[in-house]
Design a protein around this ligand. Structure first.
Ligand SMILES: [Fe+2]
Length: 577
């Protein structure tokens, strides 16, 4: 049985395909069409899914979409009636959703096939159920508490659930306009980060701040009756799309969230790219602090209703790895399973798995134990791309390749590491990564000056052999998808200076041999030479979506000051030119 899952006409459009409940392939459209956070129809992703499954769209039995325009309709109408200025917005959004509802027409158009030949059944699933499904059904557990939170989806910002066996029972929803995601976005905009997806950058700024504004920010985001409430005086009146708009070309645009009251309280907003002052750092601190307070409060509430130690979590806010790292000490939950594609691209997998288990009543059989679900390229394709790119390269066997790349990292050289299937989700996890020494002084500045051009306050991440985690970090819970930030032990901070953030933390990736043997062996080879079983890992890109194809990797290698490219069994060095 083939099930195609889709996230479409929404940020981070994506597609995933299941065969008899097993995830065969999943990819976000942005990686294929190179349009960051693309929010249109994921035509290329659908084609890639079908190709990977060796199937045609006429073979697909079910198509599941992680969005349901009829979900929470009464709440939407109630909100629109109470906010007459927003009624027009509401109607326009309904019309857009009506148009996209015709999945058959969209698929037949994209794949150039007669819609009458399509045999699949169509399913639409509420946004946050799809998020929870994307975590719980991929987890190894038979029961768990389910939690999803983000800016908004189907008029909801937060959902709590009890997950048991094949089913997800919804316990509670927080409706718009109250939203932790919108709160975070609003403050990020105020301090000059206005693009969709900028929230992750500002998280790194928070530890530079002090407790100057926490009391004031608590007036904006307050705990209430087991939940939370936004003080809407600080926000522009929200439309039914909560300030996020998908333009006809698929660009996701944020409308301004903050109101004049924010300016009255904190002064003029910071202009993008202007100097960051202590005020912005202190606002970032207060934002992260208050976000965590509410998050932990919500998890306490959830645990009181589902007294389990397992937490299955997704939604864009679940990418807040700082909050995730603290939840073990701040809430009763002891284990997390967070979907690596916790943002909206993950809806494709969630909708497909929910259809398989909850709708079609098929027993659980998927346990997602790695995130390498994207495209891969043959050795001959890579070699032909190297040749046509005019790159001088050598071919090495596995052992010599690992020796050569680890030697380069020991010297402090920066290596583009392109291997196997591309990662699913926003993090590079060792198949489309740039890797180097984690402990050389100035390495962060070198990487930024030469390739990444990131804000000075953003940390780089350590990838560590799973069995060494305890020796280097103050928490043992694994972080295979780079979704937890933990304190680095005092005696290890110097040896990890390039990945040790200002508050002595690191957003680690724990790497096991089972998940990624080649990457594991690379870190181990580096560890043998330096005594440090850790490498610096950042995504393989330069202000663009993470590279997907060999051509994109080669182009990035050639236009940046990357020292070495290790692509499949081939190695290329700038010094050879
Ligand atoms: Fe979402």
């Amino acid at each position: 049985m083939l099930i195609l899952g889709l996230n479409m006409f929404h940020a981070d459009a994506s597609a995933a395909i299941l065969q008899d409940g097993k995830i065969l392939f999943a990819v976000a459209e942005e990686r294929l069409n190179r349009h960051k956070h693309y929010g249109g129809f994921p035509a290329l992703a659908v084609k890639a899914c079908l190709e990977a499954a060796g199937a045609k769209i006429t073979d697909v039995d079910h198509v599941a979409v992680g969005q349901d325009k009829d979900a929470n309709l009464a709440r939407k109408v109630q909100y629109a009636l109470a906010n007459p200025a927003k009624i027009l917005n509401f109607i326009r959004m309904r019309q857009r959703k009506e148009a996209m509802r015709d999945v058959r027409l969209l698929l037949s158009g994209a794949l150039d096939i007669d819609p009458k030949k399509l045999k699949f059944q169509e399913h639409h699933l509420e946004h946050h159920i799809a998020h929870i499904a994307s975590s719980y059904y991929c987890s190894p557990w038979d029961q768990a508490a389910g939690f999803s939170y983000d800016g908004s989806g189907d008029f909801v910002s937060t959902m709590m659930a009890r997950c048991e066996g094949d089913d997800i029972h919804i316990l509670d929803r927080v409706f718009l306009p109250h939203s932790l995601g919108s709160f975070y976005t609003m403050i990020c905009e105020f301090i000059g980060y206005k693009k969709y997806g900028d929230e992750g950058k500002v998280m790194g700024l928070a530890p530079y701040g002090k407790d100057t504004y926490v009391e004031q920010i608590r007036k904006i985001l307050a705990l209430r009756n087991g939940g939370f409430q936004l003080n809407m005086n600080y926000f522009k009146p929200l439309g039914s799309n909560q300030g996020m708009q998908v333009l006809p070309d698929g660009t996701v645009r944020l409308a301004r969230h903050f109101s004049a009251k924010m300016e009255k309280l904190f002064g003029a907003p910071r202009e993008p790219f202007s100097e960051i002052t202590q005020r912005e750092m202190d606002l970032a601190y207060a934002m992260q602090h208050c976000f965590e307070e509410v998050f932990f409060h919500l998890l306490e509430q959830l645990h009181s209703r589902v007294p389990d130690e397992n937490l299955a979590m997704a939604g864009g806010c679940a990418l807040n790895s700082v909050a995730n790292g603290k939840l073990f000490s701040s809430t009763p939950f002891r284990r997390t399973w967070i979907q690596p594609a916790a943002g909206d691209e993950g809806l494709a997998i969630g909708a497909a798995l929910h259809t398989y288990h909850s709708v079609l009543k098929q027993p659980r059989r998927t346990q997602m134990d790695h995130a390498y679900l994207g495209p891969e390229f043959s050795e001959s394709r890579i070699e032909s791309d190297l040749k046509s790119g005019g790159v001088k390269y050598h071919r090495l066997e596995r052992g010599p390749l690992l020796e050569a790349v680890s030697d380069e990292m020991v010297k402090g050289n920066v290596v583009g590491w392109f291997q196997g299937r591309m990662e699913w989700g926003p993090r590079a996890l060792g198949n489309r990564s740039i890797v180097t020494h984690p402990g050389l002084p100035g390495m962060k500045d070198v990487l930024n000056a030469r390739i990444k051009h990131r804000e000075w306050f953003r940390p780089f991440a350590p990838a560590i052999l799973a069995e060494a985690q305890h020796e280097y970090f103050e928490h043992d819970h694994p972080s295979p998808y780079m979704l937890h930030v933990y304190k680095i032990r005092p005696d290890k901070r110097e040896s990890l200076s390039a990945v040790n953030h200002v508050d002595n933390t690191g957003r680690l990736q724990t790497v096991s041999r089972e998940e990624n043997p080649l990457y594991y062996d690379l870190i181990q080879a580096f560890g043998r030479k330096t005594g440090i079983p850790v490498i610096l890992n950042t995504s393989f890109n330069e202000n663009e979506p993470i590279v997907c194809t060999p051509q994109e990797a080669i182009a990035c290698f050639q236009r940046t000051k990357m020292d070495v490219l290790a692509i499949g069994p081939f190695i290329a060095r700038k010094t050879d030119y």
